[in-house]
Design a protein around this ligand. Structure first.
Ligand SMILES: [Zn+2]
Length: 519
């Protein structure tokens, strides 16, 4: 879940004490003290001149560059992955490289003794199923390449269509012109690196616009072309996928009130978990309901608000858990909420920043929820993301980008779930069946008992919370005893209880230790 503590500067995050259902994401001056509306690190976005793919090959004007060493080569598809460092090739890490996804290849150089500052030309060669393609980058090298300055080294933007397969990568740096520069040219080339690029299917999100009728308005979320592009660009920038497929359904009328303090959110997400079945979504699809419970974001969230809620996708085989909801106002914040909530639906827990005492993912490796490595927002105009000035999308702090840790985890999940053109997902799809659900709120109260056809897969995780349920008939006689599993929300207490329906006439259900439900 995502709570927004206040609109700009009205309250500090630390002063906020909402009746918390879950996540806080600061967009104001609270949290990490950053201005959440900006803060992108627009560091040198003009270093890509001359990097167009060229099947004919470049025409380097001189011989191999002398007295200049290639120190590091990285491939950045959202987060930076080193493939060469300090004289050694590096096998791609768990972060992973993705086929058919945009990339920024950077070549970091170190001048050797006797280097005289001058412009030189680097040529990147990629060989794969696309054939052999070369890219050129000219830079004036005056010193060691700085991480935050694309112009201080060589940078090549490689379009997604040029990365359809594993790649053999080479970099050669050449002098420009006829002037001889005697010296050592042994370190100005790096050749024959075999890079593994993983096949991953698209991220498919079915967006359900909610027609909000509780206040009589019939208000719809912003689904303008510009706002849809904001959702797609934001998701594609951070998620390790070749493509984001957003499908917009017909609006769904919803008459129950949804409040900034969190009332009504659980009822909607419970409904959506069943609604995905009625839409006939395939197992790999994520469903996301968008809604605007007040005329403007300021009216809704002026004193802090819940902005999103998701099931925690702890089990990749359980499509039921690929269900999230969030605000649909105009602007990037709604897209960041989507990225955060669908991160939960991928099984991601919170990164440790601004949590106000809530627990975070114990495996998160970077203090303060920082990124760990440099990010790059390709769809956002090729903007670098400083790892020490941005926090992970699963944190409450801002500005946000995605860490190496979260990116790697999303990639591992995507490889299990997303259907590629070439291969079926590795996770068995669930089977539709008749299941009962009920809400368990943060206070341990059960409510909202439903029966429906759901694509639900029972969990084999021993950590899953389970409750004995006694199903009773009209005379309070025991019909059957079943076990309910808790499909948790993010990592809040509470969630959706699920148990198999039996088809019997049942009047009441006693949930062990929690309470009683009645038809
Ligand atoms: Zn959250």
């Amino acid at each position: 879940m995502k709570l927004i503590p206040s609109t700009l500067a009205l309250l500090s995050l630390t002063a906020l004490a909402l009746p918390s259902l879950g996540c806080n994401v600061s967009i104001g001056t609270g949290g990490d003290g950053e201005d959440g509306t900006g803060g992108n690190d627009e560091v040198g976005d003009d270093g890509e001149a001359g990097t167009d793919g060229n099947d004919d090959g470049p025409e380097p004007a001189g011989g191999a560059a002398t007295n200049l060493a290639i120190a590091k080569v990285t491939v950045n598809q959202g987060v930076e992955t080193q493939v060469f460092f300090n004289g050694s090739d590096i096998a791609p890490t768990a972060t992973g490289l993705v086929r058919d996804r945009h990339a920024l290849v950077r070549v970091y150089v170190v001048p050797l003794a006797d280097w005289s500052p001058r412009a030189v030309q680097a040529v990147l060669t990629l060989e794969g199923e696309q054939g052999t393609k070369t890219y050129e980058s000219v830079a004036t090298i005056a010193g060691i390449t700085a991480e935050n300055d694309l112009d201080s080294g060589f940078a090549f933007e490689v379009p997604a269509e040029d990365l359809p397969s594993d790649q053999t990568m080479s970099v050669n740096i050449y002098e420009i012109g006829d002037t001889p520069y005697p010296g050592d040219s042994s370190q100005s080339s790096w050749e024959g690196y075999e890079a593994t690029f993983l096949p991953v299917g698209p991220l498919r999100i079915t967006v359900v616009p909610i027609q909000y009728n509780a206040d009589g308005s019939g208000r719809l979320p912003d689904l303008s072309d510009a706002q849809i592009a904001t959702y797609v660009d934001t998701m594609l920038g951070m998620y390790p996928v070749p493509e984001v497929e957003l499908t917009i359904t017909a609006p769904l009328a919803w008459g129950q009130s949804i409040t900034a303090q969190g009332q009504g959110w659980q009822q909607l997400i419970q409904f959506m978990a069943g609604y995905r079945g009625t839409l006939g979504l395939s197992s790999d699809e994520y469903i996301y309901a968008l809604f605007n419970p007040a005329e403007s974001f300021q009216q809704y969230c002026g004193f802090g608000c819940v902005a999103g809620l998701s099931s925690l996708g702890s089990d990749p085989g359980n499509a039921f858990l690929r269900t999230s909801i969030g605000l649909g106002y105009t602007g990037e914040q709604s897209a960041l909420t989507m990225a955060h909530e669908i991160g939960h639906a991928h099984g991601r827990e919170h990164a440790p920043c601004g949590l106000g005492g809530q627990p975070s993912d114990p495996g998160y490796p970077h203090a303060g929820a920082y990124l760990g490595v440099w990010g790059w927002d390709g769809p956002g105009g090729g903007v670098l993301k400083d790892p020490n000035a941005n926090t992970d999308i699963m944190a409450y702090c801002s500005p946000n980008w995605i860490s190496d840790y979260t990116y790697g985890a999303l990639l591992a999940r995507g490889a299990l779930v997303n259907i590629t053109g070439a291969s079926a997902p590795e996770v068995e799809p669930g089977t539709f069946g008749s299941w009962d659900t009920a809400l368990l709120d943060k206070d341990g109260v059960v409510s909202s008992w439903t029966t429906g056809e759901l694509e639900y897969s029972p969990s084999d995780d021993p950590q899953t919370s389970r409750y004995a349920v006694r199903l009773l008939d009209e005379d309070e006689g025991l019909v059957r005893e079943v076990e309910a599993e808790l499909a948790a929300f993010d990592h809040l207490p509470g969630g959706i209880l699920v148990w198999p329906s039996g088809g019997e006439t049942v009047r009441a259900a006693e949930v062990q230790g929690l309470g009683r439900l009645e038809r």
